[in-house]
Design a protein around this ligand. Sequence first.
Ligand code: FAD
Ligand code: NAD
Ligand code: FES
Length: 272
Amino acid sequence: MSHRITKKAKLAAGIYDFSIEHSTLPNFAKPGQFLIIRIDEKGERIPLTIAGVSKNAVRIIVKCVGKSTYKLATLKENDEILEVIGPLGNPSEIDFYGKVCVVGGGVGIAPLMPIIKALKSTGNKITTIIGASTAEQLILLDEIGKMSDELIITTDDGSAGSKGLVTHRLEELLNKGCRFDRIWAIGPTIMMKFVSAIALREEIPCWVSLNPIMVDGTGMCGACRVEVGGEMKFACVDGPEFDGRFVNWNELIKRLHQYQEKEKLSLELFKK
Ligand code: FAD
Ligand code: NAD
Ligand code: FES
């Protein structure tokens, strides 16, 4: 059964917010889980984190980076997506921790929304740091601002908030004497690696949502294997969230780039 796009909005250049009709997923999805879509018969399966749910629809926020995400961006309201499978993966470990610092980079800000909402509802005090390359690429400021006790904005070029990376802002807070009981970070892998290095130094548990290449999303193909604490894990069924302090980041980054040449070629052919 295919799924109708009920809403589509452009949040920034190359970043789209979709609501997709689904009869079961909205009832079961929890913060931190993801879904896999296949646009049409010829489409590849792409994993996307659930950014929210409403009565009959699930929300995803997508950045165009390659053939499938560009193709998705060409769809309009009322168009159909062939397959939307989920919820997949384990939910975030939502609990009362005390003071939580949430760090979002680029489109990684989107999947943090349900997590912040749930952490807030369990009584945590939330400091959110969000970063993007430029002011134009900053998304969801209002929604995130309303949910957080404190919101810190940073851009690589200083066009909004202060100039620098999210890790600079986190270091500033720690240098000022702020203490956090948990960190949650979602964004580019390199960002999550450096946030996790700070967490390791400061001995703060740090949840990150890993985004290795996935195929089936159900633990059968092994494509998403990652090393965490010296053990092999499958991000789709054991994660996607892990304590970033124990992730073998260099191996993950190497594996993420393994099909780069083929992905580039595929996008060039699609754009022709
Ligand atoms: P491809 O041709 O496959 O790749 C194009 C470029 O993107 C290449 O440089 C490649 O190295 C890079 N890339 C490919 N796959 C990934 C990946 N998994 N992570 C990082 N870079 C990748 N993206 C979103 O925009 N929003 C989300 O909410 C979101 N949630 C995700 C949740 C999970 C659990 C995972 C595993 C990934 C998530 N991603 C998300 C990333 C998204 O799945 C990829 O961007 C998408 O599959 C790329 O497909 P493509 O055909 O457009 O690009
Ligand atoms: P981007 O490359 O523009 O980076 C966004 C911000 O991350 C930067 O402004 C900066 O503050 C920070 N950052 C980047 N490199 C850093 C470094 N070396 N050290 C410290 N901070 C750094 O972001 P984008 O192009 O929007 O990409 C977002 C990424 O998030 C994609 O890789 C996407 O796959 C990932 N993502 C993951 C999930 C998930 O659930 N795991 C969901 C959505 C997106
Ligand atoms: Fe196949 Fe995780 S995607 S095992």
